[in-house]
Ligand binder design. Structure first.
Ligand code: RFL
Ligand code: PHB
Length: 390
């Protein structure tokens, strides 16, 4: 089989890139080692930046997002034993940029529907997916599908296969530098069909661990609490989760918590990770394949979308004008943005989580949150980073 761009991975990064290319008549093939049902069962991100919203609109698949998504203009921070709170009106502080609450699952559903409706080739449940010869002019991706062996010959390979994918692992270790930070805690998350405690996202610093109140719709809530990494999911009933959430929240919010069965409950570890560069010959890494951020700043999916757009721009320039400058600059331009999001995500994580038992460090965190919350410059810094730097 021959195509222009072979895309490994059908998460947001691969599907956005595939659809952007398809809409411009640039032939591409998507190959994923999981089924579409499995991909749609993953519960992950929920908050889209303005730039991601713009990409979805540009793709012509925004009808449901624009109808069902919730436009947000601010979030609330809560901290300290006296539960001080401050709203960060990010839209007002960033010349009108909004955030859209629309689940990654819903976005993936829209992207898959668009992919399935067009003529482009996609392979799901592929086995042994392997990129080859990407330092040559004739790279290819091999895999098995329904008992048949396939080779997709292409000009370029886009590695959009997430943190555990095969693309980054196929690059010789000496070709990349890896920067990594693991955090000694995770997030225990619950998704439930109950109305949220607030119409805006709430981030809380609590002496026993961070709390995040988010949502997917006016009737579906997404909550997270910080837990230590040795916590086991089987030790957490949903009732224990609700009790702990209410114990940490201020009384007025705890009273508003509506409990119910969990649609999903999981523990996610937190990690910062960047590999440099993110281009290796004719293999480009996109999204979580190249970098991971702790979810505190809501940046992972948004970075995946902006990487995909950046690579698409380079490919367009190449296929429409024969100019490879955009592709040459992909790695450095994307990494510039990636590092800014890494910094913000690391900083938000360090500011709001219980890091250790040091009472001094906790005082420093509370003092910094208090300062930022009451300073216009501080609020603006948070707002600009939260909505996404250009
Ligand atoms: P994905 O979504 O992991 O998709 C990768 C795809 O590649 C396939 N694959 C392979 N295919 C072929 N061969 C192989 N060997 C393969 N190995 C893997 C997989 O099946 C899959 O289909 O990566 P992508 O596209 O880069 O997208 C990244 C986002 O999914 C991720 O960054 C976000 O979910 C992170 N994230 C958040 N991001 C935000 O922007 N806002 C948020 O509010 C937000 N909240 C979150 C999050 C992630 C979380 N978890 C669980 C890590 C909240 C949580 C709890
Ligand atoms: C979510 O709704 O899942 C969510 C919201 C904000 C974050 C991370 C995750 O910072």
């Amino acid at each position: 089989m021959k195509t222009k761009v072979a895309i490994i991975g059908s998460g947001p990064a691969g599907l956005i890139l595939g659809q952007l290319l398809h809409n411009q008549g640039i032939d591409n093939v998507v190959i994923d080692n999981k089924s579409q049902d499995y991909i749609l069962g993953r519960i992950r991100a929920g908050v889209l930046e303005q730039s991601t919203v713009n990409i979805i609109r540009e793709l012509g698949i925004s009808e449901r997002m624009d109808r069902e998504g919730l436009v947000h203009n601010g979030f609330t921070m809560i901290w300290g034993q006296d539960c001080q709170r401050q709203r960060i009106p990010f839209t007002e502080l960033t010349d009108g940029k909004i955030m859209m609450v629309y689940g990654q699952t819903e976005l993936t559903k829209d992207l898959l529907a668009a992919r399935n409706a067009c003529e482009a080739f996609s392979f799901y449940d592929a086995e042994d997916v392997t990129p080859h010869d990407f330092y040559s002019e004739s790279p290819l991706v091999s895999f098995k599908h329904q008992g048949e062996e396939y080779e997709v010959h292409c000009d370029y390979i886009a590695g959009c296969d997430g943190f555990h994918g095969v693309s980054r692992q196929s690059v010789p270790v000496k070709e990349m530098t890896v920067y990594e930070n693991a955090y000694p805690f995770g997030w225990l998350g619950v998704l439930a069909d109950v109305p949220p405690v607030s119409d805006e996202v709430v981030y809380q610093h609590h002496q026993d661990g961070y709390v995040l109140c988010s949502m997917r719709s006016p009737t579906r809530s997404r909550y997270y609490i910080q837990v230590s990494l040795d916590e086991k999911l089987e030790d957490w009933s949903v009732d224990r989760f609700w009790a702990e959430l209410k114990r940490r929240l201020p009384d007025d919010l705890a009273e508003k918590v509506v409990t119910g069965p969990a649609l999903e409950m999981s523990i996610a570890p937190l990690r910062s990770f960047v590999c440099e560069p993110i281009r290796f010959g004719n293999l480009f890494l996109v999204g979580d394949a190249a970098h991971i951020v702790p979810p505190t700043g809501a940046k992972g999916l948004n970075l995946a979308a902006s990487d995909a757009k950046e690579l698409f721009n380079g490919l367009m320039q190449f296929y429409q004008q024969g100019d490879s400058e955009g592709l040459e600059q992909y790695s450095s331009k994307a990494l510039d943005r990636i590092w800014k999001a890494e910094r913000f995500s690391w900083w938000m994580t360090s500011l709001f989580h219980k890091l250790d038992d040091s009472a001094f460090r906790q005082k420093m965190q509370l003092s910094e949150i208090h300062y930022l919350a009451h300073s216009k410059a501080g609020q603006t810094t948070i707002a600009e980073n939260f909505v996404g730097l250009d």
